[in-house]
Design a protein around this ligand. Sequence first.
Ligand code: HSE
Length: 309
Amino acid sequence: MTTLSVEAPATIANFGPGFDIFGVALDQPTDRITVRLRDDDAIRVYVQDNGWRVPSDVDANTAGVAAREFLKRIGADVGVDVYVEKGITPGVGLGSSGASAAGVVYALAKLLVDWLDYGLMIEAAGVGEAASAGVAHLDNVAASLLGGFVFIRSQRPVQVMRMDVPPIPLVICTPSLDLGKRKTQLTRSLLPKNLELKLVVEQMAYTASVIAAIENGSLEEIGRAINRDNISEPTRSKIIPGYSEIKRRVLEAGAYGCNICGGGPSVFAVCEEDLAEEIGLLMVEAFRRLGVESTLTITQASNAGVREA
Ligand code: HSE
């Protein structure tokens, strides 16, 4: 086999209080990545990106960097053409760069080796993600590769725990905000440098609650657990117009929880399936009243990670 296509899912990193350690794979949207082995040792990236201006320069593209890193780590002296068909909007907190990186290493592993070392794949994909995000964090790549709910126990060495998720309806609203090309650097610069002990103690309780809620499978408990965060939400919410008010209304409308997707600016809510559309439209309308257009994605958590297309 010399060519393989895979689908790599979008993800919600942090999933409430799990800053840099939690990630959840989504049923939709996905990136499609096709890898074709070449006769020479060149690496080329071709991007179809719906006008999102994703770079096709190998050193600037998350999939290109991840491919080079993975080939180096397995000692493969081959070249590849990487075709990236973007389905996941970049720069909105849905793990777009992480998914492309995860997809390419999975496809390369399937084509070139007869084992799947997820630790190695996550590390290589993390190097790709860092090329685009400017900072290494493994929550998005691990969730996209493995599917389900993951938490990063250690970044070095890579230790990732994974749990299956129950059905979790997710309403995601993405406001059109121009946060510039270096969005991740911007949103990370907003984070607090220190946290008061009282807030650390609460944060530990919140993170433990997410894991317990996923384990027991109660949608209501999952929603309540993702609803709180002392690290990312208090500062990053300031760049999302109307965030506090929108969250308040979403909860009043019956959602169990609401928080920011990864570094933002997308906002997600957990609710019963039959409320999803109403809550989504409420979010869109609330942003519109503030003069901000937005797009709505109604999806659910998924146990499938990267898979052959
Ligand atoms: N954990 C990362 C952050 C995810 O919050 O910056 C970025 O998508």
